[in-house]
Design a protein around this ligand. Structure first.
Ligand code: SAM
Length: 260
């Protein structure tokens, strides 16, 4: 079972983790999800999690003291700070694999499908949702002593907080876990699984508003259908994401299609 812990100042933001396919994965025991309020690790009356930045500048930075205690508790390490709230440390399984701390940040490495595949093979993912100007960098540096840590971005734009990024990453990972999707081929044939974008899809009716479904898809000839899908996938990738072609495995026929 994959253990997924999220630390946030807005636990309600993560409610979709319990809906639809993700919720079903929880019900079936494929994944367990813990959403934790960072403010539970504060000790002051205002339950404050941020402070002004050293060096000046706009905005606030999330305090390392609060984050440090939260992460210590969630990985089951002894806390150096006092009176932590009671949180059941997750089981780490039979092996000694370290938890993976994922810190969403626009300054991170771009999150990709191959990251999702890697994360889906882990036992314990821990997400730290930043707010304001982000989290004091020492939290990441310190955590890397006891966890694997990755700072990842979900795109070249700036969100208000890390919660939406966590929903994106969690959904991309959980759908890859065995038993979550009805048909394994669904994700094996998705965009990026072979390094290319997926081509167009069609369903009934055969003609809709004078637009007909491509004949080949109704031919019943699976070799021809596979070739057509591959060609469409190559053309779409060349048009929309030519950067992906450099890393894709292409044969001579693929190159002919791209040269057309
Ligand atoms: N000062 C930060 C910067 O310029 O890199 C931006 C902080 S942003 C306003 C607040 C939080 O939103 C970040 O700590 C992160 O958790 C989240 N966030 C914003 N954009 C993101 C993105 N593209 N990918 C992942 N997380 C993002």
């Amino acid at each position: 079972m994959l253990r997924l812990d999220v630390v946030t100042v807005f636990p309600d933001y993560l409610a979709p983790l319990h809906l639809a396919l993700l919720g079903r994965a929880v019900d079936r025991g494929i994944v367990s999800i813990g959403v934790h309020d960072l403010r539970d690790w504060t000790h002051d009356v205002h339950r404050s999690v941020d402070d002004t930045p050293f060096g000046g500048g706009p905005g606030m930075v999330m305090r390392p003291t609060v984050w440090g205690e939260a992460l210590d508790d969630l990985v089951g390490s002894p806390s150096v700070d006092d009176s932590p709230p009671e949180v059941e440390p997750p089981s780490r399984g039979d092996d000694d694999e370290r938890p993976l701390l994922i810190v969403p940040t626009p300054a991170g490495r771009p999150f990709t499908q191959s990251d999702a595949q890697r994360y889906a093979r882990r036992r314990h993912l821990l997400f730290a949702c930043g707010r304001y100007e982000g989290i004091d960098q020492r939290v990441v540096d310190e955590a890397s002593q006891v966890m694997d840590v990755e700072e990842v971005s979900i795109g070249d734009y700036v969100l208000i907080g890390g919660e939406v990024a966590v929903l994106v990453i969690a959904e991309a990972v959980v759908r890859l876990l065995p038993g979550v999707l009805g048909n394994r081929r669904s994700h094996e044939e998705d965009s990026f699984s072979d390094g290319l974008l997926e081509g167009p899809s069609y369903t009934r009716p055969e003609v809709w508003r004078d637009r007909a479904v491509p004949e080949v898809l109704k031919s019943g000839n699976h070799a021809k259908i596979d070739r057509w899908r591959r060609d469409e996938s190559l053309r779409r990738t060349a048009e929309r994401r030519p950067d992906l072609l450099a890393a894709a495995e292409l044969d001579a026929r693929d190159r002919e299609v791209l040269a057309e």
